[in-house]
Design a protein around this ligand. Structure first.
Ligand SMILES: [Zn+2]
Length: 79
């Protein structure tokens, strides 16, 4: 099997933005698809087992399971 991240590498990887821990997200094939930082709300892509630890390459995490929203059309920044 190729395309898996070296576990030793995973242990030392941190979010380049906040230096926080990363959560491995697995793809449908069981290989690592991305490394997620919930603190920053960013998902760092993994390409062929190589984590791309670049903030500019990271994708925003989809909002997950926050049920606090009540149909407001807001989005306006608060002062
Ligand atoms: Zn982070």
């Amino acid at each position: 099997m190729s395309g898996r991240i070296d576990p030793e590498l995973l242990r030392i990887l941190v979010c380049p933005k906040c230096k926080g821990e990363l959560e491995v997200r697995l793809g449908e094939d069981g290989a690592e698809a991305s490394l997620d930082c919930s603190a920053c709300g960013l998902a760092y892509p993994v390409e062929d087992g190589i984590p791309v630890m670049l903030i500019e390459e990271a994708k925003p995490l989809p909002p997950s399971g926050s049920s606090g929203e009540k149909g407001s059309s807001g989005g306006a920044p608060r002062a």
